[in-house]
Design a protein around this ligand. Structure first.
Ligand code: ZN
Ligand code: ZN
Length: 171
């Protein structure tokens, strides 16, 4: 991907939490896994993944909840302390270095198109998949899907997280 990044803003339902992102996402997923269904109460979740420093919290207070992921790891769900809207989560395998932003919390998510539909094998029976977006029964290999610049950004975060593991086993 090239060219100028769009500056995007978003926030929670009550307006207390506001954030701003100046980079393009490393990747965008539309996930149909059972855990995303549980955590959103819906058919799937859609999120954009960034370096953690790319997401600037402008206002408001976030509360964090640790939840299991499908791979037996923990992830941190971040919600507005006032209204409880879930805005962000920090998944394995990049630990604290990466952050996923739920697409629906952007003021205008209309130009952000997922790179992939993932874990579609777990979707509810009646759910049809989006047209023109590669769909995977499980997860995809980033090397197969992401352009080199975004792959390099992802690899950099994975390396930073791996370096952390030498300091602590539980991040
Ligand atoms: Zn709120
Ligand atoms: Zn999922």
């Amino acid at each position: 991907m090239s060219g100028q990044a769009t500056i995007r803003q978003g926030g929670c339902g009550c307006g207390k939490v506001r954030y701003r992102v100046e980079r393009e996402p490393i990747f965008v997923n539309n996930c149909y896994c059972a855990l995303c269904q549980l955590q959103t109460g819906s058919t799937s979740s859609a999120y954009a993944f960034f370096e953690v420093e790319a997401v600037e919290i402008l206002s408001g207070e976030l509360v964090r909840f640790a939840q299991q992921t499908g791979t037996d790891r923990k992830q941190q769900i971040m919600q507005c302390a006032e209204c409880g809207i879930s805005l962000f989560f920090q998944p394995w395998p990049t630990g604290r270095h990466g952050i996923s932003v739920r697409l629906g919390t952007f003021d205008d998510p209309s130009d952000i198109v997922p790179d992939a539909a993932v874990y579609v094998s777990q979707r509810m029976n009646w759910v049809t998949l989006p047209e023109g977006i590669p769909a995977f029964d499980g997860y995809y290999k980033p090397d197969d899907l992401l352009p080199p610049d975004r792959l390099a950004r992802l690899r950099h975060l994975v390396e930073k997280h791996q370096a952390d593991q030498h300091l602590s086993e539980d991040i």
